[in-house]
Design a protein around this ligand. Sequence first.
Ligand code: KDG
Length: 317
Amino acid sequence: MPDVIGLGEIMVQFNAVTPGPLRHVVYFEKHAAGAEANVLVCVRRQGLSSGFITKLGKDEFGIYLYNWLRGEGVDVSQVKFDPNAPTGIYFIQRGFPIPGRSSVVYYRRGSAASKLDEDDIDPGYFTNAKIFHLTGITPALSESALRASKKAVDYAKKKGCKLSFDTNIRPPLWRSMEDAAKTLLPFVEKADIIFTDMADTKILLGETDVDKAIKAYLSMGVEVVVFKLGAKGAIAATKSEKVEARGYVVPVVDPIGAGDALAGTFLASRLKGLELEKSLKLAVAAGTLVVTVRGDQENLPTQGDLEAFLKAFGSED
Ligand code: KDG
């Protein structure tokens, strides 16, 4: 079974070639992207195995995404095609109205992945898997995707697989932020590792102090908290250790997907037995590489790429 399993939606991302309001953008570039899928491809680039549980539309985009995942070496044995629902797509507007930031417009309601349900989760798939990675996006897709998420967490825990949870609150997918907090907190409570940031933490805990938030997550039973600080880097903490990795100043083309590169690299590094500090340093470097291009997955680095990056940039610490 794969080292890391993910459940969620992969979509076709149409990334604006030029920055500015989408109404004026003429050219879009096609990419494969989606939070959990990004992590799984990242894990593969880092030399470990991964597998995705999802549903795709039986359409051209579904075939493209299936071939993409297979080409990246992600196990696709749990990928199903739904002939009655389309593959989700979304558009990215870059650099407007805030230079260096991006925003997304989804066309995913009723998508094949939103039809994921409990019976799409095979308990046997979790046997011997080491980590199950889920984000706050999948439980937000639909009632049935929420059921599937809960079921997958139950199976993973029963099989002794660690739960990695990225809080990833995407406001357009929720009825309200209260609903997001109520739905996602039980996942945080069951998680062994979480990835989060200040925006999500304000919604989940109503907390605005990083140290207090980390303490609160640890007291909920989370073993490792990875707290992302945007361009400033990230903190990783356990009950006995706290490390920080600084960010790097690079030209930002599209920041979307950086958090998944960070999560995937951190998980892979921990599975390889690297210490907390080194794992976080590599993870922040991976996130940095992703923001310098359009697309979430193309710049996901190998460990060799990261060593080269750190040799060039890391010597200042
Ligand atoms: O983490 C990056 C993802 O957010 C992006 O690729 C799209 O999965 C996506 C989502 O649902 O926002």
